[in-house]
Write a protein that binds this ligand. Structure first.
Ligand SMILES: *Cc1c(COP(=O)(O)O)cnc(C)c1O
Length: 299
């Protein structure tokens, strides 16, 4: 696999934290601090995007996202860091007439050109004629390098294999929050046979396992590693942060001094705390939680 050009702090640090809710069940909680890899290209996005930027080889990079998309911001940052033109196709043409929110403003500051599209077209963006029309509308050439929404292509999955490798020998279960499942697909592939990966879905719908299988087929030609998906902790759907989850996240920040990203990381940590309480992990388990990102904007 291509070497990554954006310098980052890898392997990312692995730190054990003392938390009675885990210790009580004989479980050791370790935080895999991918949030510390790079200040601008944060967490798993560093692992996922750098290979695509390299593969684009100078062609403009086009991708998709909602108004608060971590992936869109990361793509813009990657473009700036690697001197690569980026175009962001944003869901919701009503946003075109409004002041940019902090996330989109950051994209623009990093040099990304934004194109707002209606939700119906956005939904159908994978259909070749629709995609072609969207690219034309965004002023992108037909040979632009298109990265799917959420950034999970085969290159991204390969980029996340290193995450699994870094956890060999130091954890029994490696857990990660999942949007598209690309990170989980690569993580599982990088682990040793005695280890397993656990993905916590932050979206409703129960489609994630099928997506992970598809991504592993695309990246490796077939299934890799031991992994499973936990679908009970989406908290009502993407970007929903119920009061109980918000309370949990603040408490976790107070206990451990970690800034807890709400859309993904909070749901992961909440899920692991609940699962441990249910006795899902046998005593002696070393449980590594991948901290895939930081809050934005930073509090
Ligand atoms: C994008 C993102 C994820 C989800 O990664 P997938 O590969 O899409 O499953 C998890 N955590 C954070 C903080 C993210 O920004």
């Amino acid at each position: 696999m291509s070497e990554v050009q954006v310098p980052g702090r890898v392997p990312s640090p692995l730190v054990e934290v003392a938390d009675g809710r885990f210790a009580r069940h004989g479980v050791r909680l370790l935080l895999k601090r991918d949030d510390l890899i790079h200040p601008d290209l944060v967490g798993n996005k560093w692992r996922k995007l750098a290979p695509s930027v390299r593969a684009a080889a100078g062609r403009p990079l086009v991708t998709f996202g909602g108004a608060w998309s971590n992936h869109l911001r990361a793509t813009a940052a990657a473009g700036r860091l690697l001197g690569q033109e980026t175009v962001g196709i944003v869901r919701g043409d009503e946003l075109a007439d409004r002041e940019l929110n902090a996330s989109l403003a950051r994209c623009v500051a990093d040099g990304m050109r934004l194109r707002f599209v209606d939700r119906a077209s956005y939904r159908r963006k994978a259909e070749p004629p629709v995609l072609e029309r969207l690219l034309r509308g965004a002023g992108a050439p037909p040979d632009a390098f298109v990265v799917p929404e959420g950034g999970s292509n085969a290159l991204a999955v390969h980029g996340c294999v290193a995450l699994g490798r870094e956890l060999r020998g130091v954890a029994d279960v490696a857990a990660v929050a999942c949007g598209t499942g690309g990170t989980l697909a690569g993580l599982a592939a990088g682990l040793d046979p005695g280890q397993r990966a656990l993905g916590v879905a932050v979206l409703k719908g129960g489609f994630l396992a099928e997506e992970v299988r598809r991504l592993q087929r695309e990246a490796f030609g077939g299934p890799r590693g031991r992994w499973q998906v936990e679908n009970r902790f989406h908290g009502g759907g993407f970007a929903r942060v119920p009061a109980e989850l918000e309370f949990f996240a603040r408490d976790f920040e107070d206990r451990h001094g970690l800034a807890v990203e709400r859309l993904y990381v909070a749901k992961l940590l909440f899920a692991l705390t609940a699962l441990t309480g249910e006795g899902a992990f046998p005593p002696g388990t070393r449980l590594a939680a991948v901290i895939t990102g930081r809050p934005f904007p930073e509090g």
